[in-house]
Design a protein around this ligand. Structure first.
Ligand code: AMP
Length: 542
């Protein structure tokens, strides 16, 4: 017997329709690329997105066409997402921080036909365009008055291009499993792989991430997504915030500590989301300026492990709740969030920080397990690590053009490439990327845990740990540190600091100081480069 409920396709257009109908005057505030603060609302965003959809159709674009964006978080970028998906085309967010050759490779792999680009990146597009045979047009996200001279062929200013249609248009209808968006994984090895979101996965992901133990967004919130829309589906926030009717505050190109602080306070932001590096910059700025965060209620921190000292500073110095989260581009991206279950809710002080150092538990819609190499599930005891595997309706079932097929098994589990353990309360903790874990004498040492402890040293700004060849133990850890400005810690200081915090056999065999640690385009420590830099380094114990 079939249920007799309505077939209401889960399309992205339903989200902006809902926001415009139920929360029409809720503001979308942006720091524009041109400079000034810009204000609009969900009703106007929907109207302009409809125009954009109509204009795209007039240019001959339709279902399945990949349309790239290389843009900061602003109202215009938001309009692009809804306009593109509104005709069944596919937004493809490009990370401008990648090497130009990589961007060209990705755009050709995706066969992008049109590009929406911010003024900031016009010089980059000038260099790229000759390598992009499928690209037909470039729309520059500005108006004619601010449009510079450019060598980019077929470039038009957004506002004038948009105004060539009247907006008398209706969203196209299609199956909810139709592709809506694309984002390539950072791909530290091999070619980047395309993740393809569907309308259904985007809508379900927003619903699951709205839950109180997840993002917990409400219409009373002012959400500042500092995480760019081009990182891991923008953590879904371009969809989740309108779905919740939350006010959106978009930082545009400015993500330094002072700019973020100013925006949080002047726009009375209540919640925000970003990677740890951004929060470290904000905390440093607050420390030197004596600033406070009176309106900020909570911050979601993910993308890399959140250092304990960041959680400690936010919660105990500034009164801001930290929600540690883990996810992946392949997961739309939310996987787990560290909300407090009743089992741990009454913990305080260091015991609470112990819990919050973990990446947390999944919302409904994400299944997770940890297995050994033979795919046998490992006990949930908070210490037995293994390969972290996930499945769910907003988890990739394959990559574009069927690359990386070995990451998916026949039961539908995706191997995340992360190493983790899960405790008796269901809290997962990432201990490493599978390829970064240090294998010493048949045992595993977590590079992430060592890094977390090392950055807790008051004179260390950043730390990275890699495994180096060792004749007796196979691999041993090398700790690479960046000193805080004006500080001069020694190797002995650092080792003494670590000595009562870790097992003896986890102690790094050496500590070296460098000016800077290399990062990937999504802000993670680039261990491949670091391993290359220290390839010929001989440990004193070797
Ligand atoms: P991306 O797809 O670029 O967002 O990268 C996903 C990867 O980032 C994951 O597989 C993890 O290795 C890492 N990651 C994300 N969030 C966290 C976190 N909270 N702690 C540790 N690693 C994380």
């Amino acid at each position: 017997m079939r249920g007799l409920m309505q077939d209401w396709p889960l399309l992205c257009s339903k989200i902006i329709d809902h926001a415009a109908r139920e929360h029409p005057r809720r503001e979308v505030v942006s720091r524009s690329v041109e400079g000034p603060i810009h204000r609009t609302n969900y009703k106007a965003v929907r109207e302009r997105a409809l125009k954009l959809a109509q204009r795209l159709e007039k240019d001959g674009f339709g279902v399945g066409d990949r349309i790239a964006t290389m843009a900061w978080n602003t109202w215009r970028h938001l309009e692009c997402w809804y306009g593109i998906t509104g005709i069944g085309a596919v937004y493809h967010t490009l990370n401008p921080r990648l090497f130009p050759e990589q961007i060209a490779w990705i755009m050709n792999d995706a066969e992008d036909k049109l590009l929406f680009v911010d003024l900031t990146f016009l010089p980059l597009v000038e260099a790229l365009q000759p390598k992009l045979p499928s690209l037909r047009k470039v729309v520059v996200l500005t108006d004619a008055a601010n449009m510079p001279e450019t060598k980019v062929a077929n470039a038009v200013p957004y506002e004038e291009w948009l105004n060539e249609v009247d907006g008398d248009f209706a969203w196209k209808e299609f199956d909810e499993t139709t592709a809506a968006g694309m984002c390539y994984t950072s791909g530290t090895t091999g070619n980047p792989k395309g993740v393809v979101y569907s309308h259904r996965s985007n809508v379900l992901h927003s619903m699951l991430s709205q839950a109180p133990d997840a993002m917990g967004l409400a219409s009373r919130d002012s959400m500042l997504p500092i995480v760019p829309l081009f990182h891991a589906n923008g953590w879904g926030l371009a969809l989740t915030a309108p779905m919740a009717g939350a006010r959106l505050v978009m930082p545009g190109p400015k993500m330094d500590g002072a700019s973020v602080h100013e925006l949080i306070n002047t726009e009375k932001v209540t919640c925000s989301a970003a990677v740890p590096t951004v929060w470290l910059m904000l905390l440093q700025h607050l420390q030197s300026s004596g600033g406070e965060l009176p309106t900020l209620d909570r911050v979601v921190i993910g993308g890399s492990a959140c250092p304990r000292k960041v959680t400690d500073a936010f919660q105990n110095r500034y009164g801001v709740k930290v929600v540690h989260a883990w996810g992946m581009t392949e997961m739309s991206p939310l996987g787990t969030l560290c909300a407090l279950k009743p089992e741990v809710a009454d913990k305080t002080g260091e015991e609470l920080l112990d819990v919050e150092e973990k990446q947390g538990f999944p919302p409904f819609g994400v299944e997770m397990k940890v297995t050994d190499d033979a795919n046998v599930e490992r006990p949930r005891d908070g210490k037995t690590f293994g390969r972290l595997k996930v499945r769910g309706p907003a988890v990739a079932s394959a990559y574009f053009k069927n690359q990386g097929a070995e990451m998916f098994d026949e039961e539908g589990w995706f191997d995340t490439g992360d190493v983790a353990h899960i405790d008796e309360n269901g809290y997962m903790q990432i201990t490493d990327r599978a390829k970064d874990v240090i294998k010493s004498g048949g045992e595993w040492i977590s590079s992430i845990e060592l890094e977390n402890i090392a950055v807790g040293h008051p004179e260390v700004a950043e730390a990275a740990v890699i495994g180096l060849q060792h004749p007796k133990w196979d691999e041993r850890p090398l700790l690479v540190c960046v000193k805080k400005e004006g500080c001069d810690p020694t190797k002995e200081d650092i080792l003494a600091f670590l000595s009562d915090k870790i097992a003896k056999w986890w102690m790094p065999d050496d500590v070296v100081f460098v000016e800077a640690i290399p990062h990937t385009a999504t802000g993670k420590i680039q261990k491949t480069t670091l391993r290359e830099d220290f390839r010929d380094y001989v440990l004193p114990t070797a």
